[in-house]
Design a protein around this ligand. Sequence first.
Ligand code: FA5
Length: 344
Amino acid sequence: MDELLKIKEEALSKITVCTSLKDLNDLRVFYLGKKGPMQAAMRSMKDMSKEERASFGQVSNKVKQEITQAIEDKKVALEEAEMNEKLKNETIDITLPSHVLPLGSIHPLSMIREELEDLFVGMGYSVAEGPEVETDHYNFELMNIPAGHPARDMTDTFYINDTLLMRCHTSPVQARTMLEAKGKGPIKIICPGKTYRRDDDDATHSHQFSQCEGLVIDKNITMADLKGTLELFAKKMFGEKREIRLRPSYFPFTEPSVEVDISCHNCDGKGCPMCKYTGWIEVLGAGMVNPKVLEMCGFDPEVYQGFAFGIGLERVAMLKYGIDNIRNFYSDDLRFLNQFARKD
Ligand code: FA5
């Protein structure tokens, strides 16, 4: 009996000071296993009387239970301590400064395009799309530019074959939209997109550039509607103080046609290098949809009228952000692009 109690005391004190799960497992194997001191003590039972054996058996069972329980309790405590230690080591110090992740930027042309879309969608327009590889029929014929017209000259347009070409303006989307509407108004769309011309590249011209077409068809549409719309466009894009000026012009698909100038936002119309000292900057072409175009596209010109405009997006972006060379839009020069990076 004394031996049993000695084993218990010794086991419990070793369990108490044990600091690792591995050591604890070794203690379990040693004290409760077949080759341990408990088993050795049990072997002496064979020399005991029946009564002695019974009480020895009871005590040895109790000792085993106590050791088992002590090991279980210690195991729970050690596992908890191990987990706490692990959590402590894995804690993220959120007060440490983080790595600076370089943010990309929205291309200035995309910014202008998105701004235009927001502005016109806010006025009830929807955004239309058309193919960049266009047919002669939509790009020219339906736009009242018959064969032989100077605008069809090979020097202006990239032809793919006799009937296919790279669209040289976004105006064919007018024809596509009208034909889709099958003679029924109203129509109110804008179409921003890429356009292509065989122009020589210089500071203000590119062989590939972007336009935003606008088209409104309804009953009782007048030039006043066009002027009001363009005035709003000028003020929203370039500031409330901006005014517009319409100059007579010619486009085969509009009649009458106008070039639209906006008072120079750089000098407030007083005259500066940006506006070539005129106080005005030419930004777009526009006009009332030619009755012939309405007819070719399935609308009755006696019932419906409309206006259309075509804005050069690079031109707007250059004026708005003071960019002096159109090539910047198509270079991958990060010094240029980073100026438009988000600062937040
Ligand atoms: C047109 O393309 C007409 N389709 C616009 C229009 C639509 C008029 C609807 C009436 C009704 P224009 O050729 O002027 O028009 O071009 C419009 C704008 O595109 C120009 O004001 C200019 O800003 C831009 N642009 C034209 N050619 C180039 C080029 N090579 N590089 C950059 N921008 C150009």
